[in-house]
Write a protein that binds this ligand. Structure first.
Ligand SMILES: [Zn+2]
Length: 96
């Protein structure tokens, strides 16, 4: 059980870091009104790969991800699974 939990934590850490990279690359965006809502900007995921690769050698990304390929796989995952817009803003609009 402990092993599974640790592996899940590593996956969470990788997805969190991949999201951070995508935000830095302006491929994902944090809603200006809801800081827990992240959604697509329509930017090219390749831009996020570039930011990730540039950071990979410089900071701790190499300790979080297994390889560059692992990093780009996680970036692809978080971008493909991102919402089209902020869910909270969309909900507010529906309530009007
Ligand atoms: Zn919002």
């Amino acid at each position: 059980m402990g092993q599974v939990k640790r592996e899940l934590e590593r996956v969470e850490a990788r997805r969190g870091k991949a999201t951070e990279i995508a935000i830095e690359a302006h491929v994902l965006r944090v809603c200006q009104f809801h800081e827990d809502a992240v959604y697509e900007t329509g930017g090219d995921v390749v831009e996020a790969y570039k930011v990730g690769n540039a950071r990979y050698d410089k900071d701790s990304l190499g300790k979080i991800f297994l390889s560059r390929r692992d990093m780009t796989d996680h970036i692809k995952y978080v971008v493909e699974n991102a919402a089209m817009e902020c869910w909270a803003c969309a909900k507010n609009r529906e309530d009007d």
